[in-house]
Ligand binder design. Structure first.
Ligand SMILES: Nc1ncnc2c1ncn2[C@@H]1O[C@H](COP(=O)(O)OP(=O)(O)OP(=O)(O)O)[C@@H](O)[C@H]1O
Length: 312
């Protein structure tokens, strides 16, 4: 089966709430796609629709070109982590997985392999009920990986992870994509996905806000910004603002400047005898890119059709 997820024109209403409002996006093989949006944006509903747990009112949600309920061995095609709490607390982690493995015709060797894969081998015989949320997330991922599926849907897998867990999860997601799998990972925070996602799908109120590569998103948000270090921050701000630039404080001795080239910034500060160092094009973080996006989306909604924003 081809490792793709394709959601097209998905609409879903729960009573008065329109959870999905014509949502369309796709995930291709070899990509970790971050699935982002504020609370209630429709991320979980989308994942549930892809897995056939919620029926769409309109549109389609396909895995490898097929509807999930039509798959004969679904867990061999799509692995999912929706709720890390969904386990039998009195069972050991290994027994929990053995029970799942048997239901799929898999043996103990595969269980031990996935326990090692997620770093739970030493905790394998402990009761899952005593696991921290981070360990439950790992166990949930081990379960998702049991039948070695080419497609993975992970809902908030970074929740509850400690700093080591974060590093591990990022590397793990990258390795899944490097093996050619399609991976859709939901998150509230862009920063969680930095270093693992290659693509992002941002949704709001059940609609697509943007679908882009991480590199495109960062380039868009970085455009026209110059980063600057100066021991005379207030003076530099006054000079640059006086020259018409937009200036933001990014640290005790750091500013970012928009509306002037690096050369113009150097000239203006030089002429006013303001000391500075490290003048460079600013590379936005994924979080900044997300904020920029959200801001654009809000402005678009507030202004109606493509009215220019101030300064354009
Ligand atoms: N079973 C349900 N019954 C009624 N309303 C629902 C149901 N499931 C979701 N909703 C509503 O649909 C909208 C989308 O919810 P959803 O859980 O998909 O968003 P989300 O992006 O996953 O949010 P969060 O980040 O908070 O998990 C919300 O307004 C939610 O209250």
């Amino acid at each position: 089966m081809e490792a793709t997820i394709e959601v097209s024109g998905a609409r879903k209403r729960f009573g008065q709430t329109l959870a999905l409002d014509g949502l369309t996006f796709s995930v291709r093989p070899g990509e970790v796609t971050g699935f982002l949006g504020p609370n209630g944006a429709g991320k979980s509903t989308t994942m549930r629709a892809i897995l056939g747990l919620d029926a769409l009112d309109e549109g389609t949600a396909l895995v490898g070109g097929r509807r999930y309920p039509s798959l004969t061995r679904p867990l061999g095609h799509v692995g999912s982590l929706l709720d890390a709490g969904a386990l039998q607390p009195s069972r050991s982690a290994r027994n929990h997985l053995l029970w799942l493995a048997h239901s799929q015709g898999l043996g103990a060797a595969r269980v031990d392999a996935v326990l090692a894969l997620v770093g739970l081998d030493s905790a394998a015989r402990r009761h899952a009920g005593g696991f921290s949320l981070g360990m439950r997330q790992r166990l949930g991922i081990a379960a998702a990986m049991l039948a070695d599926p080419p497609i993975l849907l992970l809902d908030e897998p970074f929740n509850g992870l400690d700093p080591d867990g974060f590093v591990w999860m990022r590397g793990f997601l990258r390795s899944l994509a490097a093996e050619g799998r399609a991976v859709l990972v939901s998150s509230h925070l862009m920063s969680e996905l930095e270093g693992s996602a290659t693509h992002v799908v941002v949704i709001g109120r059940g609609r697509l806000v943007t679908e882009a590569t991480v590199a495109e998103l960062i380039a868009r948000a970085s455009n026209g910004w110059v980063a600057l270090r100066t021991s005379a921050r207030e003076q530099a701000m006054a000079v640059l603002a006086g020259a018409g630039a937009t200036v933001a404080v990014t640290g005790p001795d750091a500013l970012t400047v928009q509306g002037m080239s690096g050369e113009q910034v150097a000239q203006a500060l030089g002429a006013a005898a303001v000391p500075f160092a490290e003048l460079s094009p600013h590379r936005a973080s994924l979080e900044e890119a997300y904020m920029e996006l959200t801001r654009e989306a809000v402005e678009y909604r507030a202004q109606g059709v493509s009215a220019p924003t101030a300064g354009e």
